[in-house]
Design a protein around this ligand. Structure first.
Ligand code: LLP
Length: 421
């Protein structure tokens, strides 16, 4: 459920007509609903209660400071994968002891920044990384709290580019080698072993792969404890999928996911961490765009929008589907017609949808891409020198620009021409 609904024939974000925002901010823009973000966060924490737990929002999915502050104020932790994300979480007021640092290639500099600022735990992914972290922490007179990310060799049955839990993927250490790796971690002077971490992929639409992975983690917890390690925390990663179409998808709900966690690892007496991104942010955001032209092509009509692949890359990168709806609700009985929905970027790959059924559209009409809150704005670029899309947050009947559209001068001003040219 989200808070983007038609009221009086016009698509609203909560109580604000999206067309009002378009009139003020211009198009394209991303718009997020505070109520939806809050609701999705709460679903997870309620699903895990009464287990001791921390829901760490994967800020790679949506990293605007205002969104992080909103979630942080509700008590959320944050899952970060770079110094930049770490600093975002801190700038949004999230204390270090609620920040988990994931990622396969943390640099020493990034480790130092997080250790200096305070960190709940590093999820380490390899032995060389473990050794580097131990060195950095020791040089600062600290011990870095860690979980080791294990790769359970489970097929997440999702898009190949976002599956991470098979042994051929670059992530984690093979679960069979865990005993060896934990023995070394325990012996390293700059580390303190806190637990185990696992994350098998993103946009999972079934619970079964999670179940397989979590059962393996439960078994490993017993084994490592028998080997003398104190396993206090389990970080179970993110990855729960969302419906991208209104009609035929029904991925498992956070309550089912919570019940699965309780069933598989709830008896171990560990504190549970999860790292959901998409389920919190995905359906909390839309991308609003304007039709520049309707072009009659050979056997097809193109809807040329002012948004492009640089603003929302998921369709061209993953072949992802986003529902596209007009801001002005079509009158009942209006016949839809097929459009190829494209952006202005000079690549054929800049295609959002082919033969998409929409009511008849005209120049100047506004449309919204649904489910664009996750991996939308954060993956945007300025390809074709198109300034980054602004972001807007709605709460109730008011809205605020939470990232302004750069002016052309600002965009050009980031470059410099050397004196010797
Ligand atoms: N934790 C770790 C270690 C991750 O690598 C990820 C996502 C998450 C948590 C959050 O997963 P989520 O709950 O959002 O599924 N750009 C792609 C998705 C990439 C996901 C990368 N890792 C897309 O647009 O579909």
């Amino acid at each position: 459920m989200d808070h983007f609904l038609y009221r009086n024939g016009s698509l609203h974000a909560e109580e604000v007509p999206l067309s009002d925002i378009a009139a003020t901010v211009g198009t394209p823009f991303y718009c997020y609903s505070a109520a939806t973000l809050e609701r999705h966060y709460r679903l997870f924490t309620e699903a895990l209660t009464p287990l001791p737990h921390l829901v760490c929002f994967a800020i790679k999915s949506l990293s605007n400071l205002a969104v992080l502050k909103l979630l942080g104020d509700l008590g959320a932790g944050m899952d970060v994968v770079s110094a930049g994300e770490y600093l975002r979480a801190r700038a949004a007021g999230v204390p270090g002891d609620r920040i988990v640092f994931s990622g396969v290639g943390k640099t020493r500099e990034e480790m130092r920044i997080a250790l200096e600022g305070g960190i709940r735990q590093f999820n380490v992914e390899s032995e060389p990384e473990m050794r580097a972290l131990s060195e950095v922490a020791s040089s600062m007179g600290l011990r870095a709290p860690i979980a080791v990310r294990v790769n359970p060799d489970v097929d997440a049955r999702t898009h190949e580019k976002i599956a991470t839990g098979k042994k051929e993927n670059k992530f984690g250490i093979p679960i069979e080698r865990a005993s060896e790796v934990y023995a070394e971690a325990a012996a390293l002077p700059g580390l303190e072993v806190m637990g185990i971490d696992v994350h098998i992929g993103s946009q999972l639409t079934e619970l079964e792969p999670f179940e397989q992975a979590y059962l393996k983690v439960a078994e490993l917890t017993g084994r490592l404890r028998a080997e003398g390690h104190e396993i206090r925390r389990l970080d179970l990663g993110g990855g729960l999928g969302i419906p991208y179409t209104r009609s035929n998808e029904a991925p498992p709900l956070p309550t089912d996911y919570g019940a699965l966690i309780k069933r598989t690892v709830g008896h171990l007496g560990c504190e549970i961490e999860i790292e959901p991104g998409r389920l919190i942010s995905g359906n909390s955001g839309v991308l609003v765009s304007r039709v520049i032209y309707v072009k009659n092509g050979e056997g097809r009509d193109f809807l040329i929008l002012d948004a492009a692949m640089n603003d929302l890359v998921r369709p061209s990168m993953y072949g992802a589907h986003h529902d596209i709806v007009p801001l002005a609700e079509a009158a009942p009985g209006t016949e839809s017609q097929p459009y190829d929905v494209v952006g202005p970027v000079c690549e054929t790959g800049d295609t959002f949808a082919k033969a998409r059924a929409l009511p008849p559209m005209a120049e100047g009409d506004l449309v919204a891409f649904r489910s664009a809150g996750a991996y939308g704005a954060v993956m945007a670029s300025e390809y074709n020198s198109r300034p980054l899309v602004p972001e807007v947050l709605v709460r109730g009947d008011h809205f605020a620009v939470i990232r302004a559209r750069p002016t052309f001068d600002e965009m050009l001003g980031r470059d410099s021409i050397p004196e010797w040219l």
